[in-house]
Ligand binder design. Structure first.
Ligand SMILES: [Zn+2]
Length: 323
């Protein structure tokens, strides 16, 4: 798309030009203006345009921190070809209220492609769909588990998208998960626009995790090297095998009470194995949580108290080992 003029919300960037675009998405009840900041980096040499995005869910701080570190370390300032659009924080409303959603309780990632006269979440989605996505060839979107759920570092991509799968292998997370698309998600809109998209999931909302941040930071730099943006001399090698999971399932609580896990994300598990227990506060009952599947724990719930039906362990299975 580099042959086209590079214009975002009426602001044109010429080859070699960088800067920041403020996308107005509304105002707080105090009349404080809310602007999403998009950092633009253009090389003189034509090449692909990549969107690096975080904070679609405002309380998923690991992703925001990965992108912040990349910006602070000036990793994008001397790209050799193409264009980067870097948005460290999409859902400003959620960020300032420590919340996944916008103030009306809607999820930005269930509001795509959005409308300019819809709910707050829909307006944020529309801004990205209208001003950014038409320019973009690749999307990297950084997330964590929702609520108290911890995700082992993993890339998710849309099944049968071979370009995304190739990039996922270059990113080299411990786990890669292929899946279908969820209605009204950014990934669904990206699929409809034929844009390969990787979602990096790591850690838990609100909390920072240095290992998760470091793996995401190095993964995106590997991909930017592969796509011809940068030349990296000192990239940390991924010193683990990569596992691809073609299917996933949640193991849910059959009982309510105090939840104690004994296996956690990243662990290999075997059918019949005890993964934890749920305990009543009076010390009368302790119910074992047993897996009915072989696989790996790709996520687990860190909640201390759970209700029946709550998601406890996210299990990945139907595994390919990628060398
Ligand atoms: Zn998220």
């Amino acid at each position: 798309m580099s042959e086209q003029k590079f214009i975002i919300d009426k602001k044109e960037f010429l080859p070699g030009q960088s800067g920041v675009v403020k996308l107005s998405v509304g105002n707080l009840p105090s009349d404080t203006k809310i602007n999403i900041l998009a950092h633009i980096f253009r090389a003189v040499t034509p090449g692909p345009t990549t969107l690096i995005l975080a904070g679609v869910h405002g309380d998923e701080i690991n992703g925001i921190e990965i992108v912040r570190r990349l910006l602070m370390h000036h990793r994008f300032n001397n790209i050799q070809a193409g264009n980067l659009i870097v948005i460290p924080l999409l859902n400003i409303y959620g960020f300032i209220t420590f919340n996944r959603y916008v103030p009306d309780g809607k999820d930005v990632n269930r509001s795509f492609p959005g409308t300019s006269i819809g709910s707050l979440a829909s307006r944020i989605a529309r801004s990205l769909t209208k001003h950014i996505l038409p320019l973009v060839d690749y999307i990297f979107d950084f997330h964590t588990g929702g609520d108290s759920r911890y995700n082992y570092p993993q890339i998710r991509y849309t099944r049968n998208d071979t370009r995304a799968f190739d990039l996922a292998k270059v990113f080299s997370p411990p786990f890669i998960i292929e899946s279908g698309v969820i209605s009204k998600s950014l990934r669904k809109t990206a699929k409809e626009m034929n844009i390969p998209m990787l979602i990096y999931e790591g850690g838990e909302s609100v909390r920072l995790n240095n290992s998760v941040i470091s793996q995401g930071y190095n993964g995106i730099l590997r991909c930017l090297t592969y796509l011809g943006y940068i030349e990296e001399q000192n990239l940390m090698e991924a010193n683990h095998k990569i596992l691809l999971f073609k299917k996933t399932t949640w193991l849910r609580a059959s009982f309510s009470g105090i939840f104690l896990w004994s296996q956690k994300s990243g662990a290999k598990i075997y059918k019949g194995e005890k993964l934890g227990s749920i305990n009543d506060p009076n010390g009368q009952k302790s119910i074992s949580v047993i897996t009915k599947k072989d696989g790996y724990l790709i996520g687990h719930n860190n909640a201390s108290v759970v209700n029946q039906g709550d998601a406890l362990f996210h299990i990945g299975y139907d595994i390919d080992e990628i060398l």
